[in-house]
Design a protein around this ligand. Structure first.
Ligand SMILES: O=P(O)(O)OC[C@H]1O[C@H](OP(=O)(O)OP(=O)(O)O)[C@H](O)[C@@H]1O
Ligand SMILES: Nc1ncnc2[nH]cnc12
Length: 206
């Protein structure tokens, strides 16, 4: 399932500052600014990987604010009007996006962490990613059966991380509304692994 077109959420932002992407033109401008902020580092963290560094986005408060606002608008305009109860962010860079988006949506924030970092009973799921293998965990009571959930992260590459997060949410009975990323490395076809709508602001070819 995929959802690559961008919503025109202008109807929902009456009264908001024009600093936010409330129209297709503003969203296009935001994308240009986001892309310009990205930096590429060859052979990191291992030879042959072109690492896309999203951290400069968060070093610029205006860009950071516009990013989170645009994601909020996306959620409000999507999922047939269903609002998420829970925003799940993936360690570590999903933690840069998830809590502020959750606050704006009036939703809970829940982390997915690498194995061994969370206390108490946990659900565990192994996965492959662009540069290795890992295990993700969520606390077993973090999502209640029937809660509506969105997953956020900075980048989708092979989709292994996001797939594992989706499996954990499903194990707990969560209703997965969709996945949200800043950047999609399209050539790795990660979205094909995912069974809920995928929204990305930028596509790249690291
Ligand atoms: O689609 P995939 O192939 O799974 O790759 C994407 C994942 O890889 C990166 O995280 P990483 O595992 O490097 O962890 P970090 O954020 O803790 O550095 C990125 O932030 C995504 O979570
Ligand atoms: N090329 C890449 N750059 C940054 N983060 C990534 N996660 C997986 N692949 C990545």
């Amino acid at each position: 399932m995929s959802q690559s077109s961008l919503p025109d959420a202008s109807a929902q932002v009456a009264g908001h500052s024009s600093a936010h992407p409330s129209s297709a033109a503003e969203l296009a401008g935001l994308k240009v600014r986001l892309r310009a902020a990205l930096r590429q580092f060859p052979d990191f963290p291992s030879p042959g990987i072109l690492f896309e560094d999203i951290l400069p986005i968060f070093a610029d408060p205006t860009l950071h604010e516009a990013l989170i606002r645009s994601l909020e608008l996306h959620v409000l305009a999507s999922y047939n009007g269903q609002k998420p109860d829970v925003v799940v962010g993936l360690e570590a860079r999903g933690f840069l996006i998830g809590p502020s988006l959750a606050l704006r949506l009036g939703a809970s924030f829940v982390p997915v962490r690498k194995q061994g970092k969370l206390p108490g009973p946990c659900e565990t799921q192994g996965y492959d990613k662009e540069y290795g293998q890992d295990f993700f965990q969520m606390q077993s009571d973090a999502v209640k059966s029937g809660q509506k959930v969105i997953v956020v992260d900075d980048i989708i590459a092979t989709g292994g991380s996001a797939y594992a997060a989706g499996e954990l949410i499903k194990k707990m009975g969560g209703d997965l509304l969709g996945f949200i990323f800043i950047l999609e490395l399209e050539f790795l076809k990660g979205r094909e692994k995912l069974s809920a709508p995928v929204y990305t602001l930028l596509t790249g070819q690291a």
